[in-house]
Ligand binder design. Structure first.
Ligand code: NAP
Length: 249
């Protein structure tokens, strides 16, 4: 059976590294992006130059209709997905809860929680044995901020930490709900990783500042997380697992 992986937010950072590594493991890759088409097409070009198959596919994961269209596009080009990596995610500017608007929290939950739920739903409808599929795998990208290692995002973005807490529960629940349908569900929980997400949240120096508190003495690189995602995608007797990839925090 062809291995077909959709990586949400595959155009940059951890998602892009995951797309490139997945292609090396024999997956045809759907590289999802929200707005940066050029970045997604660069990932596709790199995979094709290496002899792999890939497409760039636009969708805001928080928009149900766009997600449904994205899966239909993948059906019609690469085929039905066998692996979903729920990677797309956002942070917001540093803020304490005392200053957070409902609008901000709702947006966070919409991208970081509703998006992965809808993407999982569409993947299940293609992979699940109750839906005529033959199984597959979902890997969710959570965060150290979801639990004690990242102090729940205290002081900067508890809304983000809470969204990743929901992803941990989604992982636990779905792993049980879907085991009988031959779908495995696992999560990685990265610590601080060297990507553009920190600048987008108003903390460009976060990787540099975080270094000294990390036992392994450096922040993660996107490839460090991609390696763990691909491991969980391939580990055929592993479901409901959480892999903390954080340099030992
Ligand atoms: P990044 O460098 O900011 O890249 C974000 C990616 O997600 C881009 O491809 C972006 O696409 C896409 N994206 C954002 N909003 C989207 C939406 N609504 N719909 C579809 N795609 C969307 O982020 P990253 O650091 O690689 O983070 C990836 C995941 O790892 C996130 O879930 C993040 O929470 C998690 N994580 C990161 C760290 C870290 O330190 N970097 C630590 C723990 C967990 P466009 O380019 O088109 O906007």
């Amino acid at each position: 059976m062809d291995k077909i992986m959709l990586v949400t937010g595959g155009s940059r950072g951890i998602g892009a590294a995951t797309c490139l590594m997945a292609a090396k493991y024999g997956y045809a890759v759907a590289v999802n992006y929200r707005s940066n088409r050029e970045a997604a097409e660069q990932v596709v070009a790199a995979i094709e130059a290496d002899g792999g198959r890939a497409i760039a596919v636009q969708a805001d994961v928080a928009d149900e209709a766009q997600v449904v269209n994205m899966f239909t596009t993948i059906d019609d080009t690469l085929g039905r997905v066998t692996a979903l990596v729920n990677n797309a995610g956002i942070v917001d500017q540093p803020s304490k809860v005392a200053d957070m608007s409902a609008e901000r929290v709702a947006k966070m939950m919409s991208v970081n929680v509703v998006g992965p739920f809808i993407c999982a739903r569409e993947a299940i409808r293609r992979m699940g044995t109750e839906h005529g599929g033959s199984g597959g795998v979902i890997v969710n990208v959570s965060s150290a901020a979801s639990h004690a290692a990242g102090k729940g995002g205290a002081g900067t973005y508890i809304d983000y930490g809470a969204s990743k807490g929901a992803i941990d529960t989604l992982t636990e629940g779905l792993a049980h709900e879907l085991a009988g349908e031959n779908i495995r569900v696992n999560a990685v929980r990265p610590g601080v990783v060297n990507t553009e997400i920190h600048a987008s949240g108003g903390l460009p120096d976060k990787p540099e500042q975080a270094k000294s508190a990390i036992p392994l003495g450096r922040v993660g690189e996107p490839e460090d997380i991609a390696e763990a995602i691909i491991y969980l995608a391939e580990a055929r007797f592993t479901t409901g697992a959480f892999l903390d990839v954080d340099g030992g925090v």
